[in-house]
Ligand binder design. Structure first.
Ligand SMILES: [Mg+2]
Length: 229
């Protein structure tokens, strides 16, 4: 049995800035500061985004942590509004629907998520493109830990608790669009597959030595081969 963990932004879907817009507005509402337009969100967890942006504006961790729950609540409210106000704001990445169906249908793979989104944000984004959040039987989220390299261990623990499965790292595959996705599974020996449907191209991702890298997930058979081989 293998656990296949999909990243969300840039891998399953693209929200065309809805996530960023919602977060920037929340930073202004709750902390009264604007984010840096040049700051990159991809590959980071929601709480990491908040902390890094606010530290750069001179806030202390004490000040940041005091309002973090309120910030995340405001962000989630904003996200619901932004996604609902523009149904075209989110779209699926190439090939992902067929691949998710294929992984879900097999009896030797378990469908899961590993994402920097807080769990409710993940559910909202997936809902915006018509993907049922409950299809993913194991999930590790930005609400579980602020650092992505801790999330593969969270996924292992969830698999143990929810499914009674003891999954060593070599039974876990992580699919994502950033170097952070490729690197985060190294501590447990997970296999990484890069996909260039986000802001990094195939060459960028290949430089981080994933097991395989694809321009998109359109060739279901080749991607499944890379997952299972
Ligand atoms: Mg991503």
């Amino acid at each position: 049995m293998k656990l296949i963990l999909f990243d969300i932004d840039g891998t399953i879907l693209w929200t065309d800035g809805a996530g960023r817009k919602s977060m920037e507005a929340a930073l202004m509402t709750v902390y009264g500061v604007s984010g840096d337009p040049a700051y990159r969100y991809d590959g980071k967890t929601d709480r990491q985004i908040v902390r890094e942006q606010l530290r750069a504006r001179g806030l202390t961790d004490l000040e940041i942590d005091a309002q973090l729950p309120a910030l995340l609540d405001t962000y989630l409210e904003n996200l619901a509004h932004v996604l609902a106000s523009d149904p075209a704001a989110a779209r699926l990445c190439t090939g992902i629907e067929v691949l998710l169906d294929a992984v879900e249908a097999r009896d030797d793979t378990v469908l899961g998520l590993l994402t920097g989104n807080v769990a409710l944000g993940a559910a909202r984004k997936l809902g915006a493109v018509g993907i049922d959040f409950t299809r993913f039987r194991v999930g590790a989220f930005g609400s579980d830990h602020e650092q992505r390299p801790e999330l593969p261990r969270v996924a292992q623990q969830r698999a143990r608790e929810a499914l009674g499965m003891e999954l060593p790292g070599d039974r876990i595959v992580i699919i994502g669009d950033t170097p952070a996705d490729i690197q985060c599974g190294r501590p447990i020996g997970a296999r990484a597959i890069g996909v260039a449907t986000g802001r990094y191209n195939v060459t960028d991702l290949a430089a981080h030595a994933p097991h395989a890298v694809f321009a998109d997930l359109g060739d279901t058979e080749r991607v499944l081969e890379a997952i299972l081989a």
